[in-house]
Ligand binder design. Structure first.
Ligand SMILES: Cc1cc2nc3c(=O)[nH]c(=O)nc-3n(C[C@H](O)[C@H](O)[C@H](O)COP(=O)(O)OP(=O)(O)OC[C@H]3O[C@@H](n4cnc5c(N)ncnc54)[C@H](O)[C@@H]3O)c2cc1C
Length: 303
């Protein structure tokens, strides 16, 4: 049995593992997909204290090195549910079951989908959720970024460096991203912003040839495109924990700054983007990781 199992190897989970190991607890981190979490999608992180600029991958690699050097174990598996209480938890994974005295849930969030026909079939064939990952495939081509927040604007600016033409299609009548990013967008000759329109249809069978967009009055327009980058927000990855934790209306785990989830069995803690909070950033995720780990250590010491 481990002292602590951490679900998710993003900044929150890895920081929790780091703090728990330094308190001499045995730690297993279980990750289903991407070691380092969402930040690995970012080419340029400029707001993590102590680093002028670094890529998300660079940050993730350093963090994973640090955590494994401290002796945390990392396992690739998808956690499907958690059961137990009072210092005796079983974490069920797709591949195996794992036991621990305390559990820290740091499952983060993932890209929201448009939810329209053909979206899944065209993933990798014109539909992408990550300009950093797939932008290079669209060099010299025409693409659209769907969304108008910070991520959408950052992606549009990055894509405009290699693509011939970039549309930004936003459902609202205004962009919601930072003014600084809006100013950068205005200065780009090859970016056109289309406001007040939603993506109605994806065109193309084996690969994307364009999209149909529609305004509030039902007027439609076709954009001929090689690809779209969907950047319409995030959704928490909390489904496996629905039986043991309380969620808010958006599916985030209800918890305060103490990282103790509301209504949960003692010994369950939560950290990072998967919980209710105002600011979802690496700094706040790592802060949560430290708080959750130290709370878990205290819980174990008092058993
Ligand atoms: C494109 C982009 C750019 C960004 N740029 C910045 C920036 O410049 N500065 C900044 O501070 N923040 C930035 N962010 C936000 C930042 O990445 C997040 O706030 C941060 O990664 C949250 O960390 P986390 O550990 O809580 O969650 P995540 O990073 O989402 O990590 C959670 C991990 O848990 C795993 N997981 C989920 N469910 C399970 C399960 N059932 N079983 C096992 N594993 C599971 C996931 O696969 C994931 O790896 C950016 C995000 C994106 C997408």
């Amino acid at each position: 049995m481990y002292d602590i199992i951490v679900v998710g190897a993003g900044p929150a989970g890895l920081t929790a593992a780091l703090y728990a190991r330094r308190a001499d607890k045995s730690v297993l981190v279980i990750e289903k997909e991407t070691f380092g979490g969402q930040i690995t999608y970012s080419p340029r992180v400029e707001n993590y204290p102590g680093f002028n600029v670094m890529s998300g991958n660079e940050f993730a690699e350093k963090l994973i090195d640090q955590v494994t050097l401290q002796g945390a174990e990392i396992e690739m598996d998808t956690v499907t549910s958690i059961e137990g209480e009072g210092g005796n938890f079983t974490v069920h994974g797709k591949d195996a079951d794992y036991n621990a005295k305390a559990v820290i849930i740091a499952a983060g969030s993932k890209h929201r989908q448009l939810g329209i026909p053909k979206e899944n079939e065209l993933i990798g064939e014109g539909v992408s959720y990550c300009a950093v990952c797939d932008g290079a495939f669209y060099r010299g081509k025409t693409v659209a970024v769907i969304g108008g927040g910070n991520t959408a604007l950052q992606e549009a600016i990055a894509l405009s460096e290699g693509c011939t033409k970039v549309f930004v299609v936003q459902n609202l009548d205004f962009l919601t991203g930072e003014e600084r990013l809006q100013r950068d967008i205005e200065q780009k000759d090859n970016i056109t912003v289309i406001l007040g329109k939603v993506v109605k249809e994806l065109l193309g069978d084996k690969s994307m040839t364009g999209i149909v967009i529609e305004d509030n009055a039902g007027n439609t327009e076709t954009l001929d495109l090689d690809g779209i980058f969907v950047a319409i927000g995030q959704q928490p990855e909390n489904e496996p924990f629905k039986d043991i934790l309380e969620f808010n209306e958006w599916g985030y785990i209800v918890s305060g700054e103490d990282c103790v989830p509301s209504g949960a069995a003692e010994g369950v803690f939560v950290a990072g983007d998967c919980r209710t909070k105002k600011i979802r950033q690496v700094t706040t995720a790592t802060g949560d990781g430290a708080v959750a780990a130290l709370a878990a250590c205290r819980f174990i010491d008092n058993l």
